[in-house]
Design a protein around this ligand. Structure first.
Ligand code: ZN
Length: 385
């Protein structure tokens, strides 16, 4: 642990030194020169005690931070100085097997750490280790994430049972899905809801404590721990749900929710909490990995407003209408289920269901498909995983 603390400290030191130099040059509008960490080693001999590659990586990280900033100033602000109380990390590369893992003894060997360090390994892996990032979270836990080069990072995937599915993203339920077998709703997991309530309470308790006091430090730790728990639990939920959906369906259709646009409105919190954009990202790359088709329909496709049965377009539908009755065919719709069915039809290769005239509407099932049994199960999220 001492070596890690030293390495974090040295990396932070080098980062701040380099940043200072570069920011000075930047403010004077001079060209930003390349600085290498070796330059500091003479002046500050304690830097020689830690892994030199870690320091080299700091140089690369500083350079990348500036490159990102110059490329896109809006998205990437100027890099900041690092503080001791922030999350700490360093990255080192594998050269001549300087990094090794002993799966039997659960030991990780790192440069300057010949005797190895005991680790809890989450899974076995094959392939060549490229680099390792050691980090300490602000609740005091140590992690090592190991980058490995392998031929095939994918898990096994089954033949899809369903041809397509349509996914409606909701606020009350996390998603409503329609596939070949019917519709179902997936709730926000209860443990996440409870976890968020606890987070909120801890936040309040922390802000009430006197800054710098022992109790304030304890409250900060509890809060940080809860943050970590929530973000892990949410990612886990999103990964499992997206994998299950990709496993089951050949074609996956979602709305093109302009998540960034929504974030600016008062829906912001619940959108951010529900993790939609992460969920869509996961679906997208998993679809690519496993050879499925991922379709995001045009933002103007009125998936909620179209009657899936006759194609009537209900322009009067308001955001708070949870159910509505089609004036053309008098079918009663659950808003989310109806939207997901329309998206499902898109997936079956029937894009843009054309609105039809009232006079033309008859009782036949829509689009020549057999009428679907309604299979709405609430709270099926845990079984899905
Ligand atoms: Zn209708």
């Amino acid at each position: 642990m001492l070596l890690f603390a030293k390495t974090f400290g040295c990396c932070r030191f080098v980062w701040n030194k380099m940043l200072e130099k570069k920011l000075q040059a930047y403010k004077k509008k001079e060209r930003i020169t390349r600085i290498i960490p070796a330059k500091y080693k003479e002046e500050f001999p304690f830097l020689k005690e830690v892994d030199g590659l870690a320091l080299c990586n700091v140089q690369l990280q500083v350079e990348k931070a500036f490159r990102d900033h110059f490329r896109n100033r809006k998205q990437f602000k100027l890099p900041k100085f690092k503080k001791k109380k922030d999350k700490q990390s360093y990255t080192t590369n594998n050269t001549h097997d300087s990094i090794r893992v002993d799966f039997e003894k659960s030991l990780l060997y790192l440069p300057k750490l010949r005797e190895g360090v005991k680790v809890e390994l989450h899974r076995r892996f094959d392939g060549k280790i490229k680099s390792v990032t050691v980090s300490r979270t602000n609740d005091g836990k140590y992690f090592a994430s190991i980058l490995v080069e392998t031929a095939n990072p994918r898990n096994k995937v089954a033949e899809p049972k369903s041809r397509a599915c349509g996914i409606d993203l909701g606020l009350e339920h996390f998603v409503t899905v329609t596939d070949d077998f019917g519709s179902y709703k997936v709730e926000h997991p209860k443990y996440l809801r409870r976890g968020e309530e606890r987070l909120w309470r801890l936040q309040r308790s922390f802000s009430r404590k006197q800054k710098g006091s022992k109790n304030s430090e304890k409250a900060r730790l509890r809060l940080a721990r809860q943050h970590t728990y929530i973000s892990n639990a949410r990612n886990d939920f999103l990964h499992k749900l997206s994998k299950a959906i990709i496993d089951e369906n050949q074609v996956v259709v979602v709305e093109d929710i302009n998540v960034k646009g929504l974030l600016k409105t008062r829906l912001a919190k619940s959108v951010a909490d529900s993790g939609w954009s992460k969920f869509l990202t996961y679906l997208k790359y998993k679809a690519e990995w496993y050879g499925r088709t991922f379709i995001q329909v045009n933002r103007f496709f009125p998936s909620s407003k179209l009657c899936h049965r006759c194609g009537y377009k209900n322009d009067d539908l308001a955001l708070h209408d949870r159910t509505w009755c089609c004036p053309a065919c008098s079918e009663t719709h659950d808003r989310d289920v109806n939207a997901s069915i329309n998206l499902y039809y898109v997936g079956l290769g029937r894009p843009e269901v054309k609105p039809v005239e009232r006079a033309l509407v008859d009782d036949r099932s829509p689009h020549g498909l057999p009428k679907k049994p309604s299979r709405v199960e609430a709270g099926s999220s845990t079984e899905k995983c």
